[in-house]
Design a protein around this ligand. Structure first.
Ligand SMILES: C[S@@+](CC[C@H](N)C(=O)[O-])C[C@H]1O[C@@H](n2cnc3c(N)ncnc32)[C@H](O)[C@@H]1O
Length: 229
């Protein structure tokens, strides 16, 4: 599988190669005119930011990021290569980050930022390669769920089985991840705090197509990553 296929919908800014953009989804047309500009997010199902605040959305993303693969894809002939998306995103950052090639550790710790992190699955995975990881998302509900994953390591969720049938499941952070290396905060990709800087890698997976003005975020990317060392 080529990098392009692996990274569909992922934008990565790296300290070694700022603004390396890997296969970005085409942006949706603004059918609603100026009103879209007043929102800080759009969503694939409509509803803007509120689509990411519901309990159902939280449950779906907990399953997507932390669910047991047998719960996520219970069909024997299902597309198994689609599993593990948060893991694969983190691996892309690790693979292309020059700072990680300092095997002596002389350059110190490495910082990663996951913008539009949702409930934080990739943020935790980034901590396998980066010493400090920050996840930012616009959704208060997603960030609350991510904080819960940080503090307890697991979360109950209801998975849709068929129609209105649901099944009670548990999503968990892999046991070999040090959750103290990860933190989360609510924020807007189009208006990130000025003090955010010096990251060795910035992951923005499936985010650009959700932003009413993606250029606001893309213009900010160079000042988010550290100088090449
Ligand atoms: C399609 S989801 C992708 C989530 C995750 N990166 C993944 O790939 O599984 C888009 C995410 O972007 C977040 N988002 C949308 N607009 C945002 C904004 N302006 N700032 C930060 N996050 C935003 C949503 O809340 C949601 O979690």
């Amino acid at each position: 599988m080529g990098v392009g296929e692996l990274a569909a919908g992922v934008a990565i800014g790296l300290a070694a190669a700022p603004l390396s953009l890997l296969a970005i989804r085409p942006l949706k047309k603004n059918k609603g005119g100026a009103s879209v500009e007043s929102r800080s997010t759009t969503s694939s199902v409509g509803g803007g930011a509120t689509a990411y605040e519901t309990g159902k959305a939280v449950d779906e993303y907990i399953q997507f990021h932390y669910g047991d693969p047998r719960d996520v894809l219970p069909y024997p002939d299902g597309p198994k290569s689609a599993l593990g998306f948060p893991v694969r995103c983190a691996l892309l950052c690790e693979r292309f980050c020059e700072a990680n090639k300092d095997f002596t550790g002389e350059r110190g710790g490495t910082l990663a930022l996951d913008v539009g992190c949702a409930v934080g699955g990739s943020t935790f995975e980034l901590s396998r390669a980066f010493t400090d990881c920050l996840g930012i998302d616009y959704s208060n509900s997603f960030i609350a769920a991510a904080q819960e994953m940080k503090h307890t390591g697991f979360r109950d969720y209801d998975a849709t089985v068929e129609g209105e049938l649901t099944q009670h499941c548990v999503g968990s952070v892999p046991h070999d991840i040090d959750r103290s290396q990860v933190r989360f905060m609510q924020g807007d990709a189009c208006n990130l705090p000025a003090e955010l800087a010096s990251f060795h890698a910035v992951l923005a997976a499936n985010l650009l197509c959700r932003l009413p003005n993606p250029m606001q975020f893309l213009d900010r990317l160079p000042s988010l990553v550290c100088e090449r060392t």
